[in-house]
Design a protein. Sequence first.
Length: 308
Amino acid sequence: MSLSVKYISAILFVGLLSLNANCQNTMAHGPSVGEEGNGKTAVGHGDVLEGEDGQVAKLPNIDLSHWKVTLPVGNPTEVEPPEILDYANNEVLKDFMYNDPKDASLVFMTYPNSSTANSSYSRTELREQMVPGRNDVNWTFVQGGRMKGTLSVPVISRAKDGKYHRTIIMQIHGRLSNAQKELIGQDDNNAPPILKIYWHNGKIRVKTKVLKKLKASEEEILHTSAWGDDEGYTFPEAVGAKKFTLEVIASEGRLEVILNEKDSVVYENIHMEKWGVFENYFKAGNYFQSKDKGSYAMVKYYALTVDH
């Protein structure tokens, strides 16, 4: 069954909305958790909701205490801990990040509108904060990190050529320390993302960064312009709209991405070794890669964990 057929009602409902980059319309997803059934409100991770029919639906077991979220509205709007913990009752969040008790998922909905300073695309995406509320405490590949999520992309629009739009569902993003920022005279702490994982035409595609000049100096490496994109890798297994598991493991000079706990791609090379100069943070959610009018995407997370 195709994505558009399997979720036709959701697509039609969303398609009725006027989605464009000059407005901040709400996305359709049905009643929020606080409005469901007998009016009980589920706000935490792993909570249980009881509806009018007496059936019990478990809500996503995702701890958001070390994440902030960026939304496709405002300049754009960001919500940090502790406010993000009450996302089910947050008026700003409820149209873009909400529970679906039917399948115990946390939904990330987005469409082209507001974007961040270093991107032209919109997102409803989590950003790791090792210390809640702070962006300046991050990790290096020497320290290592592991992120694992179970997710799906049940609804996504198509381009004029009939192909599905794509969205980034996981990232490892680089960050300059304050000393590095001052050294190269940059206005902010932004560094390139060493890893982007896409949902692309029903498959999972991985992109990493490579140095354009292997003999670049330590100072030259700090510049975004020193890094280019690799040729990318697409896992042979098609995930379509189905639930799947992704695991990302970063360690000194090495990066591994594992799909459904069986297929993996490993990067262990000079580029990963050189990347060790940067701080990093994980990202997860729905970083939509289209600016087409009326386009949209939904990503569902059923589980998400991070370890260092």
